[in-house]
Every structure is written in C-alpha cells, then in structure tokens.
Design a protein around this ligand. Structure first.
Ligand SMILES: NC(=O)c1ccc[n+]([C@@H]2O[C@H](COP(=O)([O-])OP(=O)(O)OC[C@H]3O[C@@H](n4cnc5c(N)ncnc54)[C@H](O)[C@@H]3O)[C@@H](O)[C@H]2O)c1
Length: 289
C-alpha cells in the first residue's frame, strides 16, 4: 500500500497521516474543508520541525514527511488511494455519510477503514461500496507514540483485506491485536468505563481531581491519571463512546457519568478546547474543581 487517504484531520487523523508519511507513504489528508486540512498539515509540520530542532529526528526526515502529506478539499483524488482511513468525529451519522460520499471514489481494489473507537464495524460497512473491503483499524493516541493498533474485521471483511491491513500496520512499525466486532473492541471496552467511573467518583465528591489522578497513578502504577487522560482523549469522544456502549448493549452499567455529560455541554472537551477536567490556559494545568 503506497497511497493512504485520511478523512478527518483532528488529533487522530493528523497522527495517522504523520505516521504513514513518516514511513514513506503518500498521504491525502481531508477534513470538512480544505482550510482545515491545510491547518492540520501546518500543525504536523510545526510539531515535526520542533522535534528536529531539538535533535529528536533528522531535519531532512521531518521535511520529507511533511512533503508527503497533501491536503485535499474533496474526495475527487480518493481513487489514488490504496487505503482510505476515516478518522472523523465519533458520530455514526457523520461516518455513514463519509463512507457513502467517499465510497463513490474508492478504487476497485482499495480498502476502506474506520478508526472508530466504539461503533460496530459491520454496521458501518453497509454504507461502504464493498463490505468485504471494509475494516476497523483502531489507532491509539498519540498515534506517533503508541505502538498498538487494533484491527477489527466486520462480519463480511475478507481474509485478503485483513492480510493487506496487517501488511500496512507492519509497514508503519506498529503492533496488532485482532479483536472481534464487539462494542469498544478489546482495549476501550475495558478502559473507557474506567474513565467514566472516575467521573462518577469525582461527581459524587469521593475525591478531588488531583487525588483521583494521584490515586490511580501511585496506587495502580498508571503513567497518567484517568481525568488527565480523559482530557487528552477528548471528553466529547468519551461521552459518545459510553452512549454507544449503552445503546448497543442495553446494560445500565454503561450509563455516562452526569458530570462527564455536563462538562461536554459546557464545551469543556479537554486539551483540544483548552479546558476539561483541567484548565490549560496557563503554564501548568490547573484542576477545574
Ligand atoms: N481521541 C482519541 O484518543 C481516539 C483514539 C482512537 C480512536 N479515536 C477515534 O478517532 C476519531 C476521531 O477522533 P479525534 O480524537 O481525532 O477527534 P477530533 O475532534 O480531534 O477530530 C475529528 C475531526 O473530524 C473532522 N470532521 C467532522 N466531520 C467530518 C466530515 N464529515 N468529513 C471530514 N472530517 C470531518 C473534524 O473537523 C475534526 O477535525 C473518532 O472516531 C474517535 O472515536 C479517538
């Protein structure tokens, strides 16, 4: 697979584009507008140049990686891609529309994939041109640093598609775990309810933000506390994931924490909006409660 298209140039899509380009792939990067795709490329460039200036990567690698990323404003060039990875907002209606519109341009042997955290692959495959060539490729945040990729075949995904995706994941230097198409797959099925529970613990006044994060870091040997990690992932994304678990299992143990909902309603989405459980406007993050 030489040419990759990424639809949705937010945190994840930008990370996927960067990693694919760094491993020598040509990347077409799109969002709701060309301006957003261009802004995402500029952000990737800024980050890579900073790494090069600090001596973490060679400057020529940084420049070459950025040069392989082409922002696009529509799906007209999608036919050039061997693999299209959708990484747009975690809303099923948005994703279905993308698969329908982008699917019209998909090359005959190309694979269409979604980076969804929680929406069933089999259900989304219905909106793509060929369910045999549709698959889940779930990256972890931040994509350049996290080694793992979960691969999730839908009911109709062909063995050839799975094998081609295995090759792509190996090419970009990541490790695979294969998951059945169940809500949350393997890792998030365990992990997102854990973060949601931390929001319940905060909402019930059992502990402060600082003590919840400190407790989990020192008591469970996690590198980050659940609330700081929630801010990193995006509270809107986490809320959507809990809603999807609840809707798809009907099990009330997956009900979203009211405080998580309230933060999202306030527009406090985490690092990406400048405020979540912590406020990021100053030099050091400050807890909001
Ligand atoms: N944040 C995480 O830690 C994480 C981890 C793994 C997977 N994911 C999944 O990755 C996907 C993206 O999450 P994110 O954290 O990057 O979100 P984000 O909010 O940072 O980015 C989403 C991007 O999608 C764009 N978008 C919205 N509608 C679109 C459309 N119709 N066409 C093209 N682009 C569109 C938005 O403009 C935005 O740039 C979600 O499905 C999420 O569940 C997130």
């Amino acid at each position: 697979m030489q040419t990759i298209a990424v639809i949705g140039a937010g945190q994840m899509g930008s990370g996927i584009a960067q990693v694919a380009a760094a491993s020598g792939k040509s990347v077409l990067l799109s969002d709701v507008s060309l301006a957003l795709a261009e802004a995402a490329r500029a952000k990737i460039e800024k980050g890579l140049l900073k790494l090069a200036e600090r001596g973490k990567i060679p400057m020529e690698d940084a420049v070459a990686t950025v040069s392989r990323i082409t922002p696009v404003g529509d799906y007209a060039r999608l036919g050039e891609a061997d693999l299209v990875i959708e990484a747009a907002t975690e809303r099923e209606d948005i994703k279905h529309k993308i698969f329908e519109a982008a699917g019209k341009h998909l090359a005959p042997n190309a694979i269409m994939a979604t980076n969804t955290s929680s929406i069933p692959i089999t259900r989304m495959a219905v909106s793509s041109p060929d369910a045999g060539r549709f698959i889940g490729i779930h990256f972890f945040n931040p994509v350049p640093l996290m080694k793992l990729v979960e691969v999730i075949p839908g009911l109709a995904t062909s063995v050839a598609t799975i094998e081609a995706v295995r090759g792509f994941v190996a090419d970009i230097g990541k490790e695979i775990v294969l998951s059945q198409d169940e809500p949350g797959f393997i890792v998030n099925r365990i992990f997102v309810p854990f973060i949601n529970e931390a929001a319940f613990v905060l909402g019930s006044g059992t502990g402060s933000i600082i003590d919840i994060d400190k407790g989990v870091k020192l008591g469970l040997n996690h590198p980050m506390g659940p609330l700081e990690l929630a801010d990193f992932i995006g509270l809107d994304t986490l809320l959507e994931i809990m809603k999807i678990y609840l809707a798809s299992t009907g099990d009330p143990k997956y009900r979203p924490a009211p405080l998580l909902q309230k933060y999202v309603e306030a527009g406090w989405l985490g690092r990406k909006s400048g405020r979540g459980f912590y406020d990021y406007s100053g030099e050091v993050p400050v807890p909001t409660r």
